[in-house]
Design a protein around this ligand. Structure first.
Ligand code: ZN
Length: 339
């Protein structure tokens, strides 16, 4: 697991904890939801969504870090980027594969918060299996399946990870639904933060609509560089991307009004299947976001999305307040199941 985060150079306790999944599972079992164990999948869909070099990096970087001795000298037991080959640094030069593992650490990771430790790869790869298992339930006829996964995924682009995410589960779900025969798929992202990774994956494509409501990155919130309203897609994908940035402190009514715009866009897109990036960190109690959505707000959101009448795969994203996130997820699923 990542173990910690390094934020503005300071080591802070991680918020993306294993206990998040335990708390959600407890709430769902309490509510009597049917629990299905995941099965294993090969890398087929994973490698069509992500650059094979990113996948190989994540699979091997921890053992390379250990072999290089970093946990002993200088005593860093997590993979932490130290140099990042930004577009400004390279100024058009080719992005080479660095020899040193400590240089490679920043080749595929774009922040210092998303550390790799023992088990990180296994957890991220297992989340892909859980997601694909949920997709199979839905393509097999279930109207709704929810993938209880961590780490989350919506900040991962085709070739770069960050934002406490390593592999883009929602993007993989959307691609798998396309492969299963859905000509048009929509991803609706209700996490408090913009899913810059999912947006990037489908930015040039007309077949997958990405739509998100989130705290305004222009007001100083992660991911800072993406999530603005004027990002509407590119080339064939023009018009298939919708961002609704919201002011800090936004409560239920305007949050749900933003979601109504998104629901309209999904219907207009002609999607026949829906992926919900289900982050519950827009809730009032969450330590990672300034939005003020209530439990009732999340359930209402689920109900509005259910009204689309589409087969739906919900994938867990953020949500960090341990005492409330289980109920928030349960209430949202309750709304999503109301069809
Ligand atoms: Zn978030």
């Amino acid at each position: 697991m990542p173990g910690a985060e390094i934020w503005v150079g300071v080591t802070t306790p991680g918020t993306e904890l294993p206990e998040r999944a335990t708390r959600i599972e407890q709430a769902l079992r309490r509510d009597g939801l049917r629990v299905v164990e995941a099965t294993s999948y090969d890398d087929d869909v994973l490698l069509r969504v992500h650059d094979p070099r990113l996948v190989e990096h994540l699979r091997t970087v921890w053992s390379r870090w250990v072999e290089a001795g970093f946990p002993v000298e200088p005593g860093q037991d997590r993979v932490v980027p130290y140099i990042m080959p930004t577009a400004g640094m390279l100024d058009g030069l080719p992005e080479r594969e660095p020899t040193a593992v400590h240089a490679a650490a920043g080749r595929y990771c774009y922040d210092t918060m998303t550390l790799v430790g023992p088990g990180t790869w296994q957890a991220a790869r297992a989340a892909v299996d859980v997601t694909l298992s949920a997709v199979d339930l839905v393509t097999g006829g279930e109207p709704l399946a929810y993938a209880l996964v961590r780490p989350p995924g919506h900040h991962v682009t085709r070739a770069a990870y960050g934002g406490s995410c390593y592999l883009n589960n929602a993007g993989i779900a959307a691609q798998a639904l396309r492969d299963a025969g859905h000509e048009r798929v929509a991803v609706v992202d209700v996490d408090a933060h913009h899913g810059n990774g999912t947006q990037a994956l489908f930015y040039d494509r007309a077949d997958v609509l990405y739509a998100s409501l989130h705290v305004d990155p222009g007001a100083g919130w992660f991911p800072h560089y993406a999530g603005f309203a004027d990002e509407t897609g590119r080339g064939a994908g023009l018009g298939a991307n919708l961002n609704v940035p919201l002011a800090e402190g936004t409560p239920d009514a305007p949050w749900l009004a933003a979601l109504d715009r998104i629901v309209e866009a999904v219907a207009a897109h002609g999607a026949t299947a829906l992926v919900v990036s289900l982050g519950v960190d827009a809730a009032a109690a969450d330590p990672e976001s300034p939005l003020q959505v209530t439990h009732d707000g999340y359930e209402a959101a689920g109900r509005r999305l259910a009204a689309l009448g589409l087969p739906t795969v919900a994938v867990q994203e953020g949500g960090y307040h341990l005492d409330t996130l289980g109920d928030l997820v349960a209430r949202t699923l309750h709304g999503l199941a109301d069809r």
